[in-house]
Write a protein that binds this ligand. Structure first.
Ligand SMILES: *[C@@H]1O[C@H](CO)[C@@H](O)[C@H](O)[C@H]1NC(C)=O
Ligand SMILES: [Cu+2]
Length: 166
């Protein structure tokens, strides 16, 4: 009885886990966070952002903020007239739609002089693993690790089931 419950739990985890872990939270600037004199173009360059992922802007509250802007405002570091800043110091921005997104800091000349601006391109949502086979075109090494972890989990589940002869 308890054994069956364990196996059912494994099976549920094996199905649910990949869809959970494939939504990535990107801490903007990694350990540097959201700050001046950091090259966010270089930071974003080799990353793939997908619908369903999240950006997390981390900084000491009050020192910076985050405005979502359009391409022209990004280029000229202009704060949008009706824009509302995120300013908690731990601003989580879900990427809800595909396409180019632009973010700037609106404090002093951080954007203009400090280069505190981030442009990203958001790709369609990652394919669900419930599809017959994973798409062969997912290039990110992070996802390959996740895939192999998932395959490991499935293999372990199957092995346990076989050993226990259920
Ligand atoms: C930031 O990085 C990008 C991409 O690596 C590079 O093209 C650009 O010149 C860098 N900008 C500065 C200000 O260093
Ligand atoms: Cu700033």
């Amino acid at each position: 009885m308890a054994l069956n419950q364990l196996l059912i739990t494994f099976a549920i985890v094996a199905v649910v886990l990949p869809q959970v872990v494939l939504a990535t939270e990107f801490v903007v600037g990694d350990n540097s966070g959201w700050t001046i004199n950091f090259n966010y173009t270089a930071w974003a360059k080799d990353k793939e952002f997908h619908v369903g992922d999240k950006l997390v802007f981390k900084y000491p509250a009050g020192k910076h903020n985050v405005f979502k802007v359009n391409g022209a405002e990004f280029k000229d570091c202009v704060i949008p007239p009706v824009g509302v800043a995120q300013n908690t110091g731990n601003d989580i921005i879900p990427l809800a739609a595909e396409g180019e997104k632009w973010y700037i800091c609106g404090i002093a000349k951080h954007c203009e002089s400090g280069g505190q601006k981030l442009a990203i391109n958001v790709l369609p949502a990652t394919e669900k693993w419930t599809a017959p086979a994973p798409a062969p075109t997912i290039p990110s090494s992070a996802k390959e690790i996740l895939t192999s972890r998932y395959q490991l989990l499935v293999a372990v589940t199957v092995a346990i089931a076989m050993i226990l002869n259920v």
